[in-house]
Design a protein around this ligand. Sequence first.
Ligand code: FES
Length: 168
Amino acid sequence: MHSLENPREDATLIRLEAAEALIAQWTRRHGAARDQLLPLLHMLQEEMGFVGDALVAPIAAAFNLSRADVHGVVTFYHDFRRVPAGRHVMKICRAESCQARGGAAIEAAAAERLGVAMGETRRDGQVTLEAVYCLGLCAVGPNALVDGRPVARVDAGRLDAIAREIAA
Ligand code: FES
């Protein structure tokens, strides 16, 4: 039973219960051998949007692993988001070709235009800015992904357009 007194706390609890149900469903279908841990984490991220620290204990219990084991896996892979993303996500390529084409300056300019540091979500939850490592578009860098859509040859003009689209 959830109270109406603290809706934020209730929402967190409901999300945790939903995640626990997904974990139970997964282990019923696929078992709880260690090789199922990564697929489970990917599924949780897909369904919940992130794999929060509150999920470490129930996952550890379901897989008969230590919390440190599960925490180690979640934090080792950069794919797993540990806090919810902003409404919009801009990823800037930090791999070699894009770096050679001015990626670092683009990162700095994007941070300034979007009002958020690399690797962070803006306080109002509007936008997350983070790194990605090669989008397979190396010849047309520096590149970015904006809400999953590739943007090639990112420059000041493109950054302004992106900021108008996602930062308001
Ligand atoms: S290095 Fe950026 S897309 Fe490959």
